[in-house]
Write a protein that binds this ligand. Structure first.
Ligand code: CTP
Length: 407
């Protein structure tokens, strides 16, 4: 197998020592590791130890004339298969989220066109601080993935909470999954893009329009596609579920953000639109909380229609995914409405389900769906959302293999 190379950016934190073990394990597996250390990282671990383990020089300065001639931050950011930031400190995360480039680590991140995986480590209060959370959401929206932080007690303060760097073995597994996406599964080499969950459309800073979607079905489809060896991008509205391991998850709030994230994730071989996108948003969300006047006057809420993400992508003149699967959540005339929706929206397939309250589908774990294609309707028995996901992915794999055989 072709040798892989990662660039490991080490931030300053007590957890930096874990990177020594990580470097050793990666090299044992034949992965070349080129290390960039921030100034703070060098306070915790010496470049000499890192260099001995990585069997390479360690890069520390943005303005090292020799480096700029020989390698430079641009080439450093390109000559690799993956960039890993560990420990990703609050400061490094903030710099990356805001596009700073005033040291070698942040410049490499800004110049990179490679996958980036961040493993945060910091005090729990720093991690939970809204500023850090905002930065993390921004980076996820930019396509950067995160592993951890783990929950536990902090080495320095004894405080407990989320903030520990994940263990080297876990980080290693996440790196390997990105370096060697399964080459044996039925969707190996395919990029599958999935939307999931609801969207939240702000009315004012405290209120929003939402729906009951839990994201369970979309997330289960993402997990099934990963298990089938696909590269998966999951664009998810606000849900309480964890991101499926191995997917690049982009978290969004609104329909417009979801459309932008979907566009940014293209090209894809297959796009599955499982999200329950809010059809309308407030025409002009209020900057301040809307107050009761006390005289019974009702606020006027003017709504405008959201972009239809599925329809937009299905009608792309160039770069349209080969297979587009929509969902149709209905409460009556399920098959008739869904059949019309498939045609109107330009989807290749539509998965229709009855989401009436009595079915318990919204938020529940089971689903009873009908697969509507150009050739007809296939009604599946009721099953778990995981089984629906696996059956759908198996049907998609079969179709793609069939097409490949015919070409
Ligand atoms: N969809 C979308 N963007 C929207 C609305 C819907 O991508 N703005 C997608 C959904 O992800 C789903 C399909 O379109 O795959 C159908 O969604 P559904 O909510 O059932 O239909 P609507 O288009 O919203 O129509 P209606 O609510 O009138 O039934």
């Amino acid at each position: 197998m072709e040798a892989k190379r990662i660039v490991l950016i080490m931030g300053g934190g007590i957890a930096a020592y874990k990177c020594l073990d990580l470097i050793r394990r990666l090299r044992e597996r034949g992965v070349d590791v080129r290390v960039v250390m921030t100034r703070a990282a060098q306070q915790f671990v010496t470049p000499l130890s890192v260099s001995a383990l990585s069997n390479d020089r360690v890069f520390t300065d943005l303005f090292d004339l020799d480096d700029e001639r020989e390698i430079g931050h641009i080439r450093l950011s390109r000559l690799c298969d993956l960039i890993v930031v560990a420990p990703a400190t609050a400061d490094l995360i903030a710099k990356a989220a805001n596009g700073h480039a005033d040291d070698l680590a942040s410049a490499v991140l800004l110049a990179s066109d490679k996958q980036i995986l961040m493993a945060p480590a910091m005090n729990p209060k720093m991690w939970l601080n809204p500023a850090t959370q905002r930065n993390v959401r921004q980076l996820e929206a930019d396509g950067i993935s995160f592993i951890g932080p783990a929950v536990g007690e902090m080495a320095e303060s004894g405080e407990a909470g989320p903030g520990r760097l994940v263990e080297p073995a876990e980080l290693l597994a996440a790196i390997e999954a990105r370096l060697h996406p399964s080459s044996s599964g039925s969707l190996a080499g395919r990029h599958v893009l999935i939307t999931s969950g609801p969207t939240h459309e702000p009315i004012d800073p405290v209120r929003y329009i939402a729906n009951r979607s839990s994201g369970k079905q979309g997330h289960a489809i993402a997990a099934a596609a990963i298990a089938a060896g696909a590269r998966v991008t999951l664009v998810s509205g606000p849900v309480t579920l964890g991101a499926p391991a191995g997917a690049t998850t982009v978290q969004v709030q609104t329909a417009e953000e979801m459309l932008n994230a979907v566009r940014a994730a293209l090209p894809a071989d297959v796009a599955i639109f499982c999200a329950a996108v809010a059809d309308w948003r407030a025409a002009s969300p209020a900057d301040e909380k809307i107050k009761k006047t006390g005289d019974g006057e009702k606020p006027q809420l003017e709504l405008v229609e959201n972009p239809d993400i599925l329809k937009t992508i299905a009608h792309m003149k160039t770069g349209r995914p080969n297979l587009i699967v929509g969902f149709a959540a209905e409460t009556e005339n399920v098959i008739a409405f869904a059949t019309r929706k498939r045609r109107n929206k330009g989807a290749d397939w539509t998965v229709a389900n009855d989401v009436s309250t009595h079915t318990g589908v919204m938020g529940g774990d089971r689903n009873r769906v009908h697969l509507i294609t150009e050739t007809g309707v296939d009604s599946w028995p009721e099953m778990s959302k995981r089984e629906v996901a696996e059956t759908l992915i198996a049907r998609i794999s079969a179709l793609l293999h069939d097409k490949a055989r015919r070409v």
